[in-house]
Design a protein around this ligand. Structure first.
Ligand code: IMP
Ligand code: MG
Length: 182
């Protein structure tokens, strides 16, 4: 794919993200208040910044694990077929589990991953996504918590990439192509 030049316009500031995560953590903590251990499962790679900030706001006994599922590849189009590339290291049978995703777009990834994790018989399974693009939904899936609803725009930053770039931006920004074809 030839590289098209693009600019990134800030959509959600680092400060707003931090404030929202404090609220989310409070809700999660209340929901899992009586847990003996919460297994927080991050979906690689997009959730790595979010999960790092989220677990540091949780005053609960927490274990962190990761799972990698296929999604966009290096393009901007979502694939409907979801595969598990990297499985959990630990056991979740009988445990409380929180799945952490960067964005819910069509809904295929989180819906498939949730079904997959259910086959491992966790005690309670909840899900959270930092961003939600409801306009793009193809399967009926609702996360238990979402950070921000956003319009149908391609976004980067705070762990989220465009062809593996821009994950290190501290804010969420919208990709705007700056060549003639834009
Ligand atoms: P879904 O299966 O269509 O819900 O896709 C979810 C996955 O697609 C997310 O985990 C992201 O990796 C990726 N994705 C969706 N929207 C965007 C975006 O705007 N920027 C970058 N990645 C995205
Ligand atoms: Mg992803």
């Amino acid at each position: 794919m030839p590289h098209r030049p693009y600019a990134i316009d800030e959509m959600i500031s680092a400060k707003s993200i931090a404030a929202r995560i404090e609220d989310l953590a409070r809700d999660i903590q209340a929901d899992f208040a009586n847990t003996d251990k919460l297994v927080v499962v991050g979906l690689l790679r997009g959730s790595f910044v979010f999960i790092a900030d989220l677990v540091r706001e949780l005053d609960l006994p927490v274990e962190v694990d990761f799972l990698e599922a296929s999604s966009y590849g290096d393009a901007m189009e979502s694939s409907r077929e979801v595969r598990i590339f990297k499985d959990l290291r630990g056991q979740i049978e009988g445990r409380d589990v929180l799945v952490v995703e960067d964005i819910i777009d069509t809904g295929h990834t989180l819906s498939h991953v949730s079904d997959y994790l259910q086959t491992k018989h966790p005690a309670r399974l909840r899900s959270i996504a930092l961003l939600d693009k409801p306009a793009r939904r193809e399967v009926d899936f609702k996360a238990d918590w979402t950070g921000f609803e956003i319009p149908d725009e391609f976004v980067v930053g705070y762990g989220i990439d465009f062809a593996q770039r821009n994950r290190n931006l501290p804010f969420i920004g919208k990709v705007r192509f700056t060549d003639d074809a834009a």
